[in-house]
Design a protein around this ligand. Structure first.
Ligand code: ADP
Ligand code: MG
Length: 392
């Protein structure tokens, strides 16, 4: 990545405001999945070992621009303290005189965690006053929140314009892996796309068709393509507004676009529904396609086995229900077994890989759902664009 890195900063004795992505699930006052906190630790540890005074800030959930105890950062502070093995001083505000006072009293050990940035309306509006208040707390700024880099908010963009800024280690790693996929993939490069909607992923399909040797399509979105081909798709999820677009994509892509050959159909999207496998041009009326079936997994596995680079976004079926999880499991196992550089992006895709315990078998799992897709689409991420280039 050509952006200045936290490693290039002289941080000794400095207050460093670090935008992290601690937007984690919380239930009953406890963090139920600490992945995002763990992924931010390398940057925090680097800063501590260099003698910096890290001041961390993140958003959590979707409070409406004012304090809401439901979204307070206390559970995150507790979890961070356990993982980091250093003192975490959690403050009850993100800016203002009380924060400045606490920071003056701070003995400089451990880290400070500020309160939820979205307790302030200025955060999502990228309000200059709020950004200025944040900037006044620190000497330097580091952005390690890849998952929020597609948002032009005060903590991702505003404050980066006011302080000497750099990218954190996770942000750097995310961009480097996605660049491997986008810019210099070792070939064959196989992209796998699934999930619910074609409309969500049109930009991603378009971008990947320009780069990948094969684009394997599963999930609900394949039924829009099948309907565009003139097949009966029963009650499967179809976006009728996108039939022309699907036709155009199939024409442009030719045999680089690979669709399923068989699917699992059922009369209801429920555990225990009577289900069976059918060929894709024989979906009975009244039934809906909820997963890809064995023939498709075998077909996809052939491409995956030969691949040198793999990007995967979107489950192959309704993996939340065991009866329709087989396609996603089969593809996940094939990707896990492959020697290729494999990058997994997207909230539900990552959840599926985790559920199968295959995270460690993948080369890289992105922490950014929306951010990784926007980057793959070729969009500029405001939180990255604002960072200064490396001087070398
Ligand atoms: P990601 O978060 O990885 O980008 P999406 O949000 O696009 O993925 O899609 C995930 C959702 O798609 C899952 O909730 C899954 O149940 C749903 N899905 C996958 N296949 C089908 C299908 N055939 N019919 C209906 N929903 C599906
Ligand atoms: Mg999703």
């Amino acid at each position: 990545m050509n952006k200045k890195s936290v490693r290039d900063l002289d941080v000794q004795g400095k207050r460093v405001l670090v935008r992290v992505d601690f937007n984690v699930p919380v239930k009953g006052g406890r963090v139920t999945d600490d992945t995002r906190i763990r992924r931010a630790l390398p940057t925090v540890r680097h800063l501590l070992s260099e003698g910096a005074r890290p001041i961390l800030i993140s958003h959590l959930g979707r409070p409406k621009g004012e304090p809401d105890p439901k979204y307070a950062m206390d559970p995150v502070a507790h979890c961070l303290g356990e993982l980091l093995n250093h003192q975490v001083m959690k403050l009850d505000a993100a800016v203002g005189p009380e924060v400045e006072e606490e920071l003056e009293k701070w003995d400089g050990r451990g880290v400070v965690l500020l309160e939820n940035s979205r307790f302030y309306a200025g955060e999502t509006k990228n309000d200059p006053d709020f950004a200025q208040q944040l900037a006044s707390l620190a000497d330097l700024y580091v952005n390690d929140a890849f998952g929020a880099a597609h948002r032009a908010h005060a903590t991702t963009v505003g404050v980066a314009e006011l302080l000497p800024a750099a990218a954190g280690l996770l942000l750097e790693e995310e961009i480097d892996y996605l660049d491997t996929v986008l810019r210099e993939p070792e070939r064959p490069f196989v992209a796998i796309l699934g999930g619910a909607k074609v409309s969500d992923k049109l930009g991603v399909i378009e971008s990947l068709l320009g780069k990948a040797d094969r684009l394997l399509i599963g999930g609900a979105m394949c039924f829009t393509f099948f309907k565009a081909k003139g097949y009966e798709v029963g009650d499967s999820l179809v976006e009728d507004d996108y039939l022309e677009e699907a036709k155009r994509l199939m024409q442009e892509a030719g045999d680089r676009l690979v669709l399923p050959v068989d699917v699992v159909v059922a009369d209801r999207m429920e555990e225990g529904a009577a289900s069976r496998a059918v060929e894709v041009n024989r979906i009975p009326s009244g039934m809906m396609g909820l997963d890809v079936s064995l023939g498709t997994v075998g077909l996809f596995r052939g491409y995956i086995d030969d691949a040198k680079t793999i990007f995967w976004n979107g489950p192959m079926g309704v993996f939340e229900i065991d009866a329709f999880a087989g396609g996603t499991e089969g593809v996940a196992k094939a990707v896990a077994a492959s020697e290729a550089t494999s990058v997994i992006g997207g909230g539900d895709s990552v959840a599926a890989v985790r559920k199968l315990g295959l995270e460690d078998e993948m080369s890289f799992i992105s922490t950014g759902g929306g951010a990784s897709l926007e980057y793959i689409e070729g969009k500029e991420l405001p939180g990255v664009a604002v960072l200064p280039d490396r001087e070398d």
